[in-house]
Structure formats: structure tokens, C-alpha cells
Design a protein around this ligand. Sequence first.
Ligand code: SF4
Length: 269
Amino acid sequence: MKRLIITYNQNCNLKCKFCYIDFHYQKIEDKTNEIVAKAIEYGFDIITFGGGDSFSKKTFRTACKLAKENNIITHVDTNAKAINDSDIDYINQYVDLLGISLDAIGEDYDKFRESKNLFQKVDLIIKKLEEKINIPIKINTIVTKLNSHNISEIGDYIMKFKNIKRWSLYQFFPLSVARKEKDKYEISEYDFDLLTQHLNINKPNLNVELFKFKDRVDGYLFCDEQGFIYTNSINGNYEKLYSIFDKDFKNKTDNIKGKINPKTIHRYK
Ligand code: SF4
């Protein structure tokens, strides 16, 4: 296995109602630095530090630096809320691909994620990154029934920036806790196809990726900040498998390889 996906499932600095991560909010020991040390030992070559917001986690900056200094490709997802001024230089040095969430423009976005001035913050960070550095940015958009009318506007916004190289559009996933909000957010595959087929994107170096719920549900393996490895079932439930700190981690991982979607292993290489 080449790519390790770290997903923080203790808490998040936003409380998006469409989120499918079942945060446990318990007091834990964050072992992200130790997890990265294991990833180096096991020869992983890509680490994705997943959102909500990696920058809000105390250990993230040292862990990502450790990965980069050991020649691991670092992909970091964030909602941008906890990125501060000094992080612009940090990103320049230690991040290979920065994924930023954006599901609408202006106040519509603040309402969608129920966070005041969130769009302003995202816009500021993207502009600062564009001015100073050339790290590729990936925009992550959740497409739901509620923001389907905002999607083309996001496309117009993305076209203004030369360092936005990838736009990933995810059909709302009614997984885990997000099933409670299914009626409010669910968008049919037909509507998702219709909407994405009519995007008028005229930016030659922009890679647009579409993720349908049915493509995403099986074989997604991730590690939480305590080192526990999970996968998800077709019904959207998470299953705890074993730990990255287990002595036989490599064997256990080799044994479940057939169940893991290869797309999630080699993405971003
Ligand atoms: S920012 Fe992402 S991880 Fe955090 S609550 Fe919102 S959707 Fe979930």
C-alpha cells in the first residue's frame, strides 16, 4: 500500500450538518507524529491529512513536516478556518497539494457551513497562496440539493486563479451520521450528472473530478489520529479493523488489499 489517509475523527472546528464523520469528542492522545513515523518505516509514499481542518490540530504541523522531510508526498485537506499568516510559508515548504473546501460563494457559503465569514477566509487564503507561492490547490465541493444552484458560480470563481489545478465535486454521501439529514441534502445521481455535465469550464489546466456516491462507498481505508485503521461498509457504517501500531500491521494490510478500491490507494501520484 502506498497512500495513507489520516482522518481526524475526534472533533472538527465546523459542525456541517451534511458531514458523514461520526466524531466521538472523547479525550484522546493524538498520535499523528508517531503515525507518520510508522508510515515512513512502512514505505508509504503519499499521506493525505484529511479534513475538516488539519491546521486546527496541534500535532499536524510537525507531523506533515516530518513526512515531507522524509520524501513523502503530502496532501492536506482543510476548511481554511485555522490557517494563519505564518502557515502560508509553512504550506510553501511542506505541502505538495492543498485541498480547500468550497461549496458556494459569498454569504451562501457561510450559511451552507453555518460559519460566519468563512468565505472571506477561504478567499483570503487562496489569494495569499496565489500571490506568494505556486503550490497546487484542489477545491473540494460537496454537491447537495441545497447548494446545487451555487455550483456554476464556484466554477467561475475557480477560473480566476491559476494555482487551482483540480476541482473535486462529490455527490452528497448519506453515510453514517449524514443519513439523518438525507432528506434535506440528498441529490439524485441524475441531477448530479445533469448539473456537472452543464458546467461551463474553460480552463485548460484544470482537472475536474466527479465522485458519485455509488463509486465511493466500498473499500475506503483510513487511519484516525490514534492510529486505528477503519474501512466503510456499503451501508455507510464504519468498521474498526486494527491499528497502525500493531506488530503485524503489514500482514493485516496485505490481507485486506483485495477489499480496497485501488483508486484511493494511488490517487495524487
Ligand atoms: S469541515 Fe468537513 S469534517 Fe468538519 S464538520 Fe464540516 S464536513 Fe465535517
